[in-house]
Design a protein around this ligand. Structure first.
Ligand code: ADP
Ligand code: MG
Length: 327
């Protein structure tokens, strides 16, 4: 093997299936249908998908909180079944739900966690971690008196107590206000700059687009995309031009070079086109050739949201759900 090749992945997921136990006589929910992907070292990796897609199930399998039905996974090269201890030491996980013992102080929460990992007193980083998450002044306050944002930051510090090379955050910004979201991203960015591989799940497209180097999209327990963010956005080659006409029309204009054409109202029409095939100017020319006079024009780039919608709708039209409910 050439040592200059890409380093081994931070996380490797192979054909992971999860079927939750169902009620008596009823087959349980198939939350993951055989998912495989690698998380490269060093970046910020986004696991994107709508609610119920299976993101937390996958994270909880890595955390050892949920047992997979089939498949295998490695964390930092350690198999999560055969080498549970080392796998666990290589990862810090911030769960989706905030749970704390309300009577511990932030300092105690971190010290207890360090004790749990068997870290000797002189090697603990509690003060340093509190400073990193801007909670030094809350060192001795009861956890129950902290705001939601402070609790989330404390959870991040807690996940970093054993200095893992990988930090996983499950929906860190769900239900979080704009200012706190900004603070969280700063914190995640600075940890990443120090070399920590970050994995985060989110159902916010914009967030994934702005933060992540690579994005995997999961929908109904299946991986439907896994690409560098730039490539994923490039898949959105379609553009949309919205035209206001000087007189009403009753049928949408037709042209072989147009994609979807939608009559928004009798004087407004939205035309989707592939920007590799035709330009906005040519679209307008074709309309004028058909005798239409144009009063106003807006063009819009397709963004990650458009890619997401086209990818997820392609998959949900399959018969999977029907099959499952028909049982
Ligand atoms: P996400 O985090 O992407 O929103 P989840 O992994 O939480 O999705 O859930 C995936 C699917 O598995 C959902 O249909 C959910 O209802 C189901 N599910 C999650 N946890 C359990 C559980 N403990 N028992 C049964 N079904 C579950
Ligand atoms: Mg979830």
């Amino acid at each position: 093997m050439d040592p200059a090749e890409t380093p081994p992945p931070a996380i490797r997921i192979c054909d992971v299936v999860k079927r939750y136990a169902g009620a008596k006589g009823v087959e349980g929910k198939l939350a993951l249908k055989g998912v495989s992907f690698d998380v490269p070292q060093g970046g910020i990796f986004g696991l994107l998908g709508p609610n119920g897609a299976g993101k937390s199930t996958l994270i909880n399998i890595l955390a050892g909180l949920v047992t997979k039905t089939e498949g295998s996974a490695e964390i930092w090269g350690f198999d999560i079944d055969r080498n549970r201890r080392n796998a666990k030491r290589a990862i810090g996980i911030v769960p989706q739900e905030i749970v704390f013992d309300p009577f511990f102080t932030p300092y105690e929460v971190l010290e207890n966690q360090a004790g749990f990992y068997g870290i000797p007193k002189n090697q603990r980083r509690s003060e340093e971690l509190l400073a990193a998450v801007h909670l030094s002044d809350k060192r001795d306050a009861y956890a129950r008196t902290l705001s939601g944002g402070m609790k989330r930051r404390l959870l991040i510090a807690k996940a970093m107590v054993h200095s893992p090379p990988i930090l996983v955050l499950d929906e860190p910004t769900a239900g979080v206000d704009v200012e706190l979201r900004r603070q969280l991203w700063e914190l995640v960015g600075s940890l990443n700059a120090e070399g920590v591989t970050i994995v985060l799940t989110t159902h916010y497209l914009e967030e994934a687009e702005q933060l992540c180097d690579n994005i995997a999209i999961i929908n109904h327990g299946e991986l439907i995309a896994n690409k560098p963010t730039r490539e994923l956005v490039d898949m959105a080659r379609e553009k949309i031009v919205e035209v206001t006409l000087d007189a009403p029309i009753d049928t949408a204009p037709q042209d072989a070079a147009f994609g979807k054409v939608e009559l928004l109202d009798p004087r407004r029409v939205a035309i989707t086109y592939d920007k590799d095939r035709i330009t906005a100017g040519q679209v307008l020319n074709r309309l004028q050739e058909q005798g239409m006079r144009i009063e106003d024009v807006i063009t819009r780039e397709a963004d990650l949201e458009d890619v997401f919608v086209s990818l997820t709708s392609a998959v949900t039209t399959g018969g999977d759900q029907a099959k499952e409910t028909a049982r």
